[in-house]
Design a protein around this ligand. Structure first.
Ligand SMILES: [Ca+2]
Ligand SMILES: [Ca+2]
Ligand SMILES: [Ca+2]
Ligand SMILES: [Ca+2]
Length: 304
């Protein structure tokens, strides 16, 4: 212990000689101060604060790293918790893995002990069903692609993440599931389930069309003046001209005909349309019979 003051005094006497600039092709160190108060050296990428008075107590840093001298270990505080999900978008009914990473006050990150994170769902009607203690989140059914927010807490620090639940099944939402009607169409017209008036066979607007038929035809199930109609406009020679009151994309229209009202199974024409239209015209060029009946079939292509 007695040798320490002697070394200290020796350094003080060397101060005038220690000032100056060191230069190489790639590095400049200027000024170099070796007094007890410390000094700073730097290059374009690096800064070093130091002292010769015992332990180094300055802060050294580069773009990606900070080192605090003067401590037997690196000390830090957690300032935020960054949450990630893999995958970040998840199909309804499937799972995604959540993880938390602590951001420290010196700008570095630290992989948190995942078992220390407390997970919870944010907001009412969250489309996520649950997050288990291992951060595995399970998506519930949705009627359209829907954002969901989760939070993770590590001590007093909480982080949040918004992810997307993808609507991969159009007929799986609550009491509207499995009835053949698109759940989005049912929610749009009848609100969230349950609502008995949204059932396919119901006709709440008391027009001539059930909900199922209004869905297929693209008409309003809550407006009695809006329903699908097939009208014979004219017959000239053997050509009959008919009008469909409304046509929409993503439907297949089949015009069927026959002379027996109970047996209208001769296909006159089949078509699809690229955009919605009213009063869409079709022709039957084989209308030779004295009397002929028509009906229209509307179906959804199997890949819809
Ligand atoms: Ca769905
Ligand atoms: Ca449905
Ligand atoms: Ca109706
Ligand atoms: Ca209607």
């Amino acid at each position: 212990m007695k040798s320490t003051p002697l070394i200290y005094l020796s350094l003080l006497t060397a101060i005038p000689l220690a000032h100056g600039e060191r230069v190489s092709t790639n590095y400049t160190l200027s000024p170099e101060i070796l007094d007890a108060g410390g000094g700073q050296s730097s290059s374009s990428d690096y800064t070093n604060d130091l002292s010769t008075g015992g332990q180094a107590t300055g802060i050294s840093s580069s773009v990606n790293y900070t080192d605090r001298g003067g401590y037997t270990g690196q000390l830090f505080d957690v300032v935020s918790l960054a949450i990630t999900a893999t995958p970040s978008s998840v199909n309804e009914g499937e799972t995604t893995q959540l993880e938390g990473q602590a951001l420290l006050d010196d700008g570095t990150t630290l992989d948190a002990n995942q078992s220390d994170i407390i997970w919870s769902l944010v907001g009412a009607n969250n489309p996520l069903e649950q997050v288990d203690e291992n951060g595995l989140a399970t998506a519930g059914p949705v009627y359209e692609s829907t954002p969901a927010t989760v939070s993770g807490s590590l001590g007093d620090i909480t982080g949040e993440l918004m992810l997307t639940i993808l609507n991969s099944n159009t007929d799986d939402f609550g009491d509207y599931a499995g009835d053949g009607l698109d759940d989005f169409w049912q929610v749009e017209n009848f609100g969230p389930p349950p609502n008995s008036e949204a059932a396919p066979e119901e006709n709440p607007d008391n027009d001539s069309a059930s909900n199922e038929w209004e869905y297929l035809a693209g008409t309003n199930p809550l407006d009695s003046s809006d329903f699908f109609a097939l009208t014979l406009l004219a017959k000239t020679g053997s050509t009959a001209q008919l009008a469909l009151s409304q046509v929409i994309p993503n439907r297949t229209y089949s015009l069927m005909a026959g002379t027996d009202l109970e047996n209208l199974n001769d296909e006159v024409t089949q078509f699809t349309v690229a955009s919605e239209a009213t009063d869409h015209l079709v022709e039957d060029t084989s209308a030779n019979e004295a009397a002929k009946f028509y009906r229209i079939e509307i179906s959804i292509p199997s890949d819809e």
